[in-house]
Design a binder for this molecule. Structure first.
Ligand code: MSP
Length: 640
């Protein structure tokens, strides 16, 4: 079998359930794997749980459980959560599994044989929270640099001659610029190596939990030393066939575990046994909340599946789409060099703007117009040049971003195309082409579907369920082959399009930003005397006013006043019956932007349901003068 594209996440400590901070790394790997698979790579995606170590043993003790039962339970929980989040890993490794214990023993024994391990005495500090050794000089106010409690340790232990690998490591990093990404982290690692690497203590006195040192049951292997080996254990090494996977193509992780562990200790260990080094290590930034890294110890955790369920409840989107939206949010805000900040308000805002407004609207209005103007079928003809160019350049930008492991940039390339499409629809105005009988209508509608087809492929790595829904609404097979994105032959003319069904309904509740905003602590001036008919702003805010666009208009039989309109507003089509026939013809109205009251109770007028009202000024004779934005407003804009 040829070498597979092998990618890994860190293995997670099982002292607590996953949160959106840990989900970030896993999602980054999942999006990378899915994209590589679409590009035709044979991918192998490994994740797992780190189950040895004092931290886990003490968490089990605190929970009043035996460590093995405790780790079994939490590891299962991790697997359930990853599956729930749509993470498509190929292998899940647990460090209590025999296959791992076996590889650690082999690894340790070869290092002993090669003269890289010796016995010595450790005297220093130990931070259980990060399972890290610290020298006195590293401490800040008696705590670890991260502010964790430390314990004094004095023990006979085994040491790994890390100090002997400094020069080789530095050379490798300098000669392979993409070995450590981002560049800022690479420089940190080089700085760390230049200070001089110290030999690493790689065992602890056996506390009854952990992997015993081969040939010395009084000691267990230091948890980081054992954990790093997981990436090789999962390849089956030293059994034949491991070369199909190793070396890893990319190892994803957060920046905190790069310098001391993955970028120095790990490659030195590999050099010590004679194995090749991973091709790339990516140490992304953190996701912060309330000014601190999201972590169980800080108590600021948000569970990814709960966040998705909350979104489904507030917006009305399906459960699967709620999950995709959490995935999209994490992908779009994936910290790289800097950290990113999570707030629920930002999460909801991005949902409403990027998904409900931009992507959802582009899809809904395109389908609604195709049904209205070309019988709901993909029209034939050529795609307009500006659209095929926009697709090509978005795809190229996505590819460059993914080559550099910039998932956030890949998402912005995709949304550049979404926004281009909405603008293209506004400027090419298919409703006006239909009205004037312009022959370009077919090409414009085909171009719109063409761009949506490309978007369906581009959102797939991050949002697989949404991509399936888009493909179904377009009446097309899902795009599985990245190389065919933008391929016009995948758009057979005459294909029946599905009905537009909003995939991302807007969050209707008052935006959280407002709810969270503190009210100024000044008293509102009291009116001198109550005035009739005055209302407070809260009354006005009850009226939901939005910009919509008229797609269809026709007179209602038997009435000389009423017109029946189909208006697209906030991504969906609604029927509005308006008493404006004396002032406007259907032709006057099609394509026009209008202001719609969208939260009026539906009423029946002459047997036709009206699901809203248009705003109009009233002329001297009581006739309507429709209100219209002064210039083209983004579809669905709030009016206030
Ligand atoms: N068990 C070790 C890894 C061993 S790998 C051989 C470990 N586990 S962890 O559960 O504490 O963290 C796992 C990963 O989650 C790390 O890459 C860490 O950076 C990442 N994150 C945990 N919280 C995070 C944020 N708030 N933001 C971004 N990444 C975060 O370390």
């Amino acid at each position: 079998m040829p070498k597979q594209y092998y990618l890994t996440t860190p293995i997670y400590y099982v002292n607590a359930a996953p949160h959106i901070g840990t989900a970030l790394t896993t999602l980054a790997a999942d999006v990378t794997a899915s994209y590589q698979k679409m590009r035709g790579a044979h991918t192998h995606f490994l994740t797992g749980t780190d189950e040895n170590g004092i931290k886990v043993q003490e968490a089990a003790l605190a929970a009043g459980t035996q460590p093995q039962a405790f780790v079994d339970e939490i590891s299962k929980h991790f697997q359930e959560i990853w599956t729930g989040l749509g993470i498509r890993y190929d292998d899940f490794i647990r460090t209590t599994e025999p296959r791992h214990v076996h590889t650690v023993h082999e690894f340790f024994s070869i290092l002993v044989k090669n003269g890289h391990i010796y016995k010595g005495r450790y005297e220093g500090w130990y931070d259980v929270s990060s399972e890290t050794y610290f020298k006195e000089a590293d401490l800040v106010d008696g705590k670890s640099p991260d502010g964790n409690e430390v314990r004094w340790v004095e023990e006979e232990n085994y040491f790994f001659r890390l100090s002997a690998f400094g020069d080789r490591l530095r050379e490798h990093i300098e000669q392979n610029p993409s070995f450590i990404l981002p560049e800022v982290r690479r420089n940190e690692v080089l700085g760390f190596i230049r200070q001089g690497l110290k030999d690493a203590c790689i065992s602890r006195a056996n506390p009854g939990w952990g992997i015993p040192v081969p040939g010395d049951e009084s000691q267990v292997v230091y948890v980081w030393f054992d954990a790093l080996i997981n990436y090789v254990s999962a390849t089956g090494w030293p059994k034949a066939g491991w070369e199909e996977l190793w070396p890893a193509d990319v190892e994803w992780m957060g920046k905190d575990i790069l310098t001391r562990f993955h970028a120095t200790l790990w490659p030195a260990m590999l050099m010590g046994v004679g194995l090749p080094l991973p091709k790339t290590l990516v140490g992304h930034g953190w996701m912060l909340m309330g000014g601190a890294k999201i972590s169980k110890s800080k108590g600021n955790v948000v569970a990814p599946l709960e966040l998705a369920a909350e979104l489904s409840e507030t917006s009305g989107c399906s459960k699967e789409i709620g999950i995709d939206c959490v995935r999209y949010y994490m992908a779009a805000t994936m910290p790289y060099e800097a950290d990113s900040v999570f707030t629920r308000a930002d999460f909801e805002l991005r949902y409403n703007t990027d998904l409900a407004n931009d992507l959802g609207n582009a899809l809904n209005r395109s389908l609604a117009m195709a049904h209205k103007f070309v019988d709901g079928k993909i029209p034939g003809g050529a795609v307009e040049a500006e659209v095929s160019e926009a697709v090509q350049s978005a795809v190229a930008e996505f590819e460059v971003a993914m080559d550099a492991f910039r998932i956030d940039h890949a998402m912005s390339a995709t949304w550049k195309l979404v926004r281009f499409l909405n603008k293209y629809i506004d400027t090419r105005a298919p409703w006006a082409l239909a009205k004037s009988g312009d022959g370009a209508l077919q090409a414009v509608l085909r171009s719109m579907v063409f761009a949506l087809r490309a978007l369906e492929g581009m959102v797939r790595p991050a949002m697989p369920s949404a991509a399936d829904r888009i493909a179904a609404q377009l009446g097309l097979e899902p795009t599985r082959d990245w190389g065919r994105i933008g391929d016009d032959s995948l758009l057979p003319s005459g294909t029946a399009l599905g009905q537009p069904e909003p995939i991302f309904p807007r969050i209707e509740a008052k935006p959280r930003v407002e709810k969270e905003k503190k009210m100024p602590e000044i008293e509102a001036p009291q009116p001198a005397a109550p005035v009739n008919h005055e209302i407070g702003i809260e009354d006005f805010q009850k009226v939901r006013l939005r910009v919509g666009r008229v797609l269809e208009a026709e007179p209602i039989e038997g009435s000389d006043k009423l017109l029946r309109l189909q208006v697209i507003v906030e991504g969906s089509q609604r029927q509005i019956v308006a008493g404006i026939r004396q002032q406007y013809t259907a032709e006057d109205l099609i394509g026009r932007q209008v202001v719609v009251v969208t939260n009026l109770k539906p009423v029946k007028l002459r047997g036709h349901e009206s699901q809203g009202m248009l705003l109009a000024a009233v002329d001297e004779g009581g006739g309507a003068i429709l209100l219209q934005p002064d210039k083209a407003a983004p579809e669905g804009s709030v009016v206030r």
